[in-house]
Design a protein around this ligand. Structure first.
Ligand code: PMP
Length: 394
């Protein structure tokens, strides 16, 4: 049998593969990126399911519209009007099967084989995977502590007219946990507005901020080719697979609609109606605040443990929200080799390699703190710190 180059050249998810080995019960795992299941509002969702069926009946079980359930789109638009002053309404919102599907659809909508995509380096590996299916040329731009390197971004855009879009995660980025500063956001906007490219801001973590102040988006609200992505995965439940695209650009939306029809006709209407019902009758902000409190405690525990146990030569990010910390080992030390040693001591993390479009045995790694207790975090980081020390002394 022969398969397409598209699929043969697309990496299978490294994380999903390593989770198979890291999932054993005696392993302390900082490898996954899952929301903590204790944050799922199960009782309230149960009630919402019952109420939706009682009120909407067969509509929950019928085919539905491609763009998504109107009351849900209205609620999403209202949230961005209120929180960010964005001038949007339900017609600017498009519901997708998780924001992951939005990425795949945007790849289809924008990219011919060989077209350019600017990626954060390191960047979200699910985006690398989704875009790779469209066979693009990736242009990595270095992600610094406060966002993309602006000079490098400008140079890349200037030299590569095949670039169709720039992909960013401006808040509590996956994998690094970093947040773009206000100055960087403005500087990136000033550059991007001069080019005929789209700017994708993927923001599944933005509401999970435990310190600092919320910042305006880079392009949303001011750039004509702005595409903002959101998700209910980290704030309510990932299992419903509900994400969305927000853009005022109707040309983009009409192509998204065609691609979505070809992909799955529409997003699960049972889930859309249930979440709309949930949002109508529950205090969403209060719920999100509980998640923030939980993740803040876990992040603090991990940062304190790192401070205590990691060798001084190891640098790490201090996230203001979200789910991840990114550590950088001294030059020349392989995170993949460290991973092997660390697994022998039953501690898992994700080596940095899959987060780069052109990986080269890197010295970086991702740590997730949302799925372990403070005690387990302390124990796991201590073990990892000891292994790092042995590696550095070698
Ligand atoms: N974008 C980023 C940056 C993510 O970290 C994730 C989830 N890991 C997604 C998109 C996909 O989220 P979902 O499809 O569940 O909305």
């Amino acid at each position: 049998m022969q398969f397409s180059n598209k699929i043969l050249n697309t990496p299978s998810s490294f994380i999903r593969n390593i989770l198979k080995v890291t999932d054993s019960p005696n392993v302390i795992s900082f490898a996954g990126g899952l929301p903590n299941p204790i944050s799922f509002p199960i009782d309230a969702l149960q009630e919402a399911i019952n109420n939706s069926i009682a009120h909407e009946g067969a509509k929950l079980f019928q085919y539905s519209t491609t763009q998504g359930y109107l009351p849900l789109r209205e609620m999403i638009a209202a949230k961005y009007r209120k929180n960010f002053g964005l001038d949007i309404d339900a017609s600017d919102v498009f519901i997708t099967t998780g924001s992951q599907q939005a990425l795949e659809i945007l790849g289809k909508v924008f990219l011919n084989k060989g077209d350019g995509v600017v990626m954060e380096a390191p960047g979200y590996l699910g985006a690398i995977q989704a875009f790779t299916l469209a066979e693009p040329e990736f242009y990595p731009v270095t992600l610094e502590e406060d966002g993309l390197n602006v000079a490098q971004l400008e140079e890349t855009l200037k030299n590569n007219p095949n670039i169709k879009f720039i992909y960013t995660v401006p808040n509590f980025q996956n994998p690094t946990g970093i947040t773009y500063s206000r100055e960087k956001r403005d500087a990136i906007y000033e550059v991007v507005k001069n080019y005929d490219v789209a700017l994708i801001e993927d923001d599944p973590y933005g509401e999970l901020r435990f310190s600092g102040e919320a910042l305006p988006y880079i392009g949303a609200g001011r750039l004509q080719n702005s595409v903002l992505l959101g998700s209910f995965s980290k704030t309510v439940t990932p299992g419903f697979r509900l994400g969305y695209i927000v853009t005022k650009n109707k040309e983009i939306l009409s192509h998204v609609e065609t691609a979505k029809q070809a992909t799955d006709l529409h997003t699960n209407i049972f889930a859309q109606m249930t979440i709309a019902e949930y949002l109508t009758h529950n205090a969403y902000e209060e719920h999100v605040n509980k998640i923030i409190e939980l993740y803040n405690t876990q992040a603090t525990a991990m940062l304190n443990a790192i401070e205590k146990h990691f060798p001084k030569e190891v640098h790490y990010t201090k996230p203001q929200g979200g789910m991840f910390i990114w550590a950088t080992l001294p030059e020349g030390i392989s995170a993949l080799e460290l991973f092997e040693e660390s697994m022998a001591a039953d501690v898992a993390f994700v080596p940095g390699d899959p987060f780069y479009t052109h990986p080269n045995n890197v010295n970086t790694l991702r740590l997730n703190y949302t799925n372990a207790t403070e005690e387990i975090i302390e124990e796991g980081i201590q073990r990892l710190g000891n292994i790092m020390k042995q590696f550095i002394e070698k």
